[in-house]
Design a protein around this ligand. Structure first.
Ligand code: 5AD
Length: 348
């Protein structure tokens, strides 16, 4: 492997097709070294609050899609969110993520604005706030940014327009172009912006994955969260018999992305933990530097199953915290307590 290798489409495809365990190990170790040389060894935590599972979208892969009538819908109260925020702050997580299905009503938008302001106030501005609330107008993004949120996650899901069309309903509410526009709006507004894709989707090819990596580089985001696609039986795609993608494929994606973009934040996502109990920690050893421990209250966790077998649905925030700390300790991975852990690829 050349030190200054250029990751062209062909090179990426070659690595993604690699099945030799030794070669994969070499790739992930090289990515780990590039991470350490550029941004250090620490993992930063973002406590995850699943604010609501109400969703106006109908993505064919997602368990909380609007048409899934088996899901009991919820929305956390302001008090429940503030309690979780306080837990994150006291736990020295450094920052939190507010995530929910996609909604656009004025009442809801104002609630998010109010929550962001209240969390900032409660923590004297100490706790960083990331939002993951789907596609919104640029004005709404501005409103939330001005309220004090400074990071936003919006996955492109797949950079390939045809594949995107296959995994979403064919209407204007599920438009690839609108989604790309939204990612660009977020960058424009001033957010540290994250995107990402699902790995191992039905119909997805290795070429698509190579293009996903090139898309992520091209669009200029500061953070990335990618994870294996996992089927959910109560969804249209869930009826397609498919095996989980291998953890190796996800690790190769993480490692290649780290080599292409040495300074960005890359999340070791919860979906990785479904295909391997140490999936997230292995991703950290392949170049990821962010973990998002779940802090959602136990009562509603079971209702936020975007895929099946989501780990820790019976746990509460402190159990998720101690399990994660234990895992990280076993693997000698150091945590960046009380730090925002901003992307070093972000220049304000
Ligand atoms: N498997 C894996 N990831 C999924 N997501 C939604 N449904 C699934 C699934 N079945 C991911 C999407 C979304 C994020 C919040 O969860 O990428 O952006």
């Amino acid at each position: 492997m050349a030190e200054n290798e250029i990751f062209t489409r062909d090179v990426l495809i070659k690595y993604l097709n690699e099945s030799d365990k030794e070669k994969i190990k070499e790739l992930t170790e090289r990515a780990y070294k590039v991470k350490v040389d550029n941004i250090g060894t620490k993992v930063y935590l973002r406590g995850l609050i699943e604010l609501s599972n109400i969703c106006s979208k109908d993505c064919y892969y997602c368990g909380i899609r609007q048409s899934n009538t088996k899901v009991e819908r919820y929305e956390l109260t302001d008090e429940q969110v503030m309690e979780a925020a306080e837990f994150a702050w006291r736990s020295k997580y450094g920052s939190l993520v507010l995530q929910a299905g996609e909604r656009c009503g004025r009442r809801y938008i104002s609630k998010v604005t109010r929550l962001v302001k209240n969390i900032k106030e409660l923590t004297g501005g100490e706790l960083g706030i990331t939002l993951s609330l789907g596609e919104q107008s640029k004005d709404v993004y501005k409103e939330w940014f001005d309220a004090g949120a400074h990071r936003y996650l919006l996955r492109i899901e797949s950079s390939n327009k045809e594949l995107y069309a296959k995994i979403h309903p064919k209407n204007t509410r599920h438009s690839w172009d609108v989604r790309v526009r939204a990612i660009k709006d977020l960058i424009d507004v001033g957010f540290q912006t994250g995107t990402g894709v699902m790995i191992g989707l039905p119909y997805q090819t290795t070429e698509n994955l190579a293009d996903d990596l090139l898309f992520i580089k091209e669009i200029g985001v500061h953070m990335v969260g990618m994870g294996p696609y996992l089927k959910h039986s109560d969804t249209p795609l869930g009826s397609i018999a498919d095996e989980h993608p291998s953890l190796d494929l996800t690790l190769k994606m993480v490692a290649l992305l780290r080599l292409m973009l040495p300074k960005i934040n890359i999340a070791a996502t919860t979906a990785m933990q479904v295909i391997d109990p140490y999936g997230r920690e292995k991703a950290v050893m392949a170049g990821a530097n962010i973990i998002m421990p779940n802090m959602t209250i136990t009562e509603v966790r079971k209702n936020y199953q975007i895929y099946e077998n989501k780990p820790g649905v019976k746990d509460d925030a402190s159990v998720s915290k101690s399990k994660l700390e234990q895992n990280l300790k076993e693997m000698n991975i150091e945590i960046g307590w009380n730090e925002w852990g901003d992307s070093r690829a972000f220049k304000g």
